[in-house]
Design a protein around this ligand. Structure first.
Ligand code: COA
Ligand code: AMP
Length: 630
């Protein structure tokens, strides 16, 4: 069936479309219907079905006689190791881990925080929670203790599962002191912590609270899968919003299963048994959906890659993984390709590897710039497919459905809306704009299965962040347009979210950190264009009159504070001390104008500006540090 037919079929009968897709899932009790709209504009999917995610991702493949197929490949250039885990072995490992968690009191509905690097045990921990109906919340390893503490307080976990360390090029990341620091800072204390001791660093365990990953599984009964209601939360994933407090995106169980399974063939074009690789991190939504859940649910082999696109050990590491494991479909962020292109501009290294198994490259997480897309297409010789989605949606909103019916690629556009998503571009008043006109991108409610039903502990915030501005729609926070052929073009965020090397970060959160410096009177953080990372944060601080430290010291402090409070992943290195910030007459800081100034983009001075001279002051400060870039 073509894309056009599939999309039309969904539009004509969404209920029938999703009930049909639901047949690919093993239900303990099948749902009687797909959509539950009783609490509109809050929607749920398959709520009266009973199902278990771990069963669908693991056990059912063993039952179907595919236990010997490799489920997980761990490819770790940073530890010089490779490891394969079959579905059979995975079932046993996960059942035992779940049994050990249950023996220590973890039950359906309890929260479990997972703070781990890219090791298969991270996936096993997620699946063990799913097996019990416990709700996991994975926290990215590049976040600092404070960010972890914020998540501990919000999710109130009974247990935290962590590794002793992670490995970044050139350094060992000491997870355990970060974990201990976070628990010290948090008001909520978990009952116990499970620590995976890695060879590279053995952590000190706190008696009475910490247990060893292997030790605590000794002699326990393996746990069976616990059936849960379709609308039972599978996980909470915190993501950056406008303020310093992250949003806890909830993912319900059944919709997640149905939607992710549908995407594997129709979008990513793979059949069960083939190798699928998403080079991301389990701490991000891409890692949840396309390293852990979707490939396993669909019966694919997934690659857990612990390394970087360059430097581990070189810019051919991706090609080595594809060749060694015969990867059929590969997904990463454009920034990874920019990093490789910088090291190997002509793509010479690709030629040393047989990457003939690869059928397509998928890019998401940030705008895929045409240079990078065209370079990747040239050196890999396969279609490069940009697709657009968010933590909130859990799977692509807009894509080129390569497995269904490849459409002509328009470089710079992620292509067309997927079934389930009725995408519109709206003006400020919420009215649809004509094709080609820029506006806010919104999706008509209800969102499809697998998308967020709400935010953890934050019903009001869910409505104000996503539903209130354009009644009847979900506000994506992205701006763009739809062209005459129905292709969607994503141009910018409409809020304070920036994308640094494919990592979603909040400038508002960074401003809160800078404002905590005793000498900082006022500040603003913007995202400026960066050749490698797409965007990097830049801070502007105005100092108090009676300040004690020198300007240089304050700048150094600011960099250290953000690293300490948010984490190294923020890549916060640029700070400027300025006398004043440009504002509107009503006192709103003109961040968008500052961004244009720093990026060297033409702009008109806003009519509402209080004092236009301040823009000249900012321009002079930027010039001193070489902005705008040539
Ligand atoms: N645990 C601890 N620290 C981490 C981390 C983790 N899981 N991930 C990143 N960091 C640290 C890095 O060590 C680095 O610290 P440093 O300031 O001491 O050097 C900092 O956070 C920034 O990391 P990163 O964003 O990875 O930048 P980089 O300069 O080290 O590498 C790229 C640049 C482009 C190679 C890298 O960003 C990359 O591989 N990007 C792809 C991103 C991606 O897959 N995103 C997921 C969305 S699909
Ligand atoms: P995250 O929630 O971390 O996945 O980040 C989601 C945001 O990243 C989106 O709202 C966009 O701003 C941006 N983004 C993701 N994919 C794309 C893409 N293909 N093109 C442009 N922006 C993207």
């Amino acid at each position: 069936m073509t894309y056009a037919e599939t999309y039309a079929r969904w539009k004509a009968d969404p209920e029938g479309f999703w009930m049909e897709a639901a047949k690919a899932i093993d239900w303990v009790r099948p749902p009687t219907r797909a959509l539950f709209a009783e609490n509109a504009p809050l929607y749920e999917w398959f709520s009266d079905g009973m199902v278990n995610t771990c069963w669908n991702a693991v056990d059912r493949h063993v039952e179907a006689g595919r236990g010997h197929q490799t489920a997980i490949i761990h490819h770790s250039p940073v530890t010089h190791t490779r490891r394969e885990i079959s579905f059979f072995e995975l079932r046993n490992r996960v059942a035992l881990l779940a049994g050990a968690l249950r023996a220590k009191g973890v039950e359906k509905g309890d929260r479990v925080i997972i703070y781990m690097p890219m090791v298969p045990e991270a996936l096993e921990a997620m699946l063990a929670c799913a097996r019990l109906g416990a709700i996991h919340s994975v926290v990215f390893g590049g976040f600092a203790a404070h960010e972890l503490a914020v998540r501990i307080n919000d999710a109130t976990p009974k247990c935290i599962i962590a590794a002793s360390c992670g490995i970044e090029p050139g350094r060992v990341v000491h997870y355990k002191p970060l974990l201990d620091g976070a628990i010290d800072q948090a008001a909520h204390k978990p009952d116990f912590c499970v620590i995976l001791q890695r060879e590279q660093e053995v952590a000190h365990l706190i008696e009475g609270r910490d247990v060893n990953w292997h030790g605590f599984q000794y002699g326990v009964e393996p746990a069976d899968c616990v059936p849960v209601e379709g609308n039972h939360p599978a996980y909470i994933l915190y993501t950056s919003g406008t303020t310093g407090k992250p949003k806890g995106v909830i993912r319900d169980t059944a919709g997640h299963l149905v939607a992710l399974n549908w995407t594997m063939k129709n979008i990513y074009g793979v059949d069960p048994g083939e190798v699928f690789w998403a080079a991301s991190d389990v701490g991000w939504v891409v890692g949840h959906s396309y390293i852990c859940y979707a490939p396993l649910i669909h019966g694919n082999t997934t690659v857990v890659f612990e390394g970087k696109p360059v430097g581990t050990p070189d810019a051919a590491t991706f090609w080595r993984v594809i060749e060694e494991h015969k990867v059929a479909s590969f997904f990463t962020a454009p920034t990874a390709f920019r990093a490789i292109k910088r090291e190997d501009p002509t793509g010479e290294l690709v030629k040393n590897h047989d990457i003939s198994s690869l059928r397509a490259l998928y890019l998401a997480g940030e705008r895929a710039d045409p240079d990078t897309v065209e370079w990747a297409q040239r050196v890999l010789g396969v279609p490069v497919i940009d697709h657009w989605w968010q933590t909130e949606t859990g799977w692509p909103i807009v894509a080129n459905p390569w497995g269904l019916d490849p459409l002509p690629v328009k470089v710079g556009s992620p292509s067309v809306p997927m079934p389930g998503y009725d995408v519109h571009v709206l003006d400020e008043g919420g009215h649809p704009v004509p094709a080609g006109t820029l506006g806010a991108i919104a999706v008509k409610l209800p969102l499809p299965p697998g998308t967020l039903p709400g935010l953890w502990n934050a019903d009001d915030r869910f409505r104000t962040s996503y539903l209130d501005h354009f009644p009847g729609y979900y506000e994506t926070g992205d701006a763009g347009y739809i062209d005459d052929d129905g292709y969607v073009w994503i141009m910018a965020r409409t809020d304070d979210v920036i994308n640094v090397a494919g990592h979603r970060l909040s400038t508002g959160a960074m401003e809160e950190v800078l404002a905590s410096h005793p000498d900082v009177a006022e500040c603003a953080v913007i995202g400026v264009a960066d050749d490698l990372k797409g965007q990097v944060p830049m801070g502007f601080v105005c100092l108090n009159k009676g300040k004690t430290a020198s300007e240089d010291q304050v700048m150094r402090d600011c960099v250290a504070l953000v690293r300490d409070q948010i984490g190294p992943v923020a890549a916060f290195r640029l700070v400027l001390v300025v006398d004043r910030l440009p504002k509107t007459r009503s006192g709103k800081i003109l961040r968008a104008t500052m961004t244009k100034l720093a990026d060297g983009v033409k702009f008109t001075v806003p009519a509402t500006i209080d004092d236009p001279e301040i823009l000249n002051e900012i321009a002079r400060a930027l010039e001193k540090i070489g902005y705008p870039r040539a």
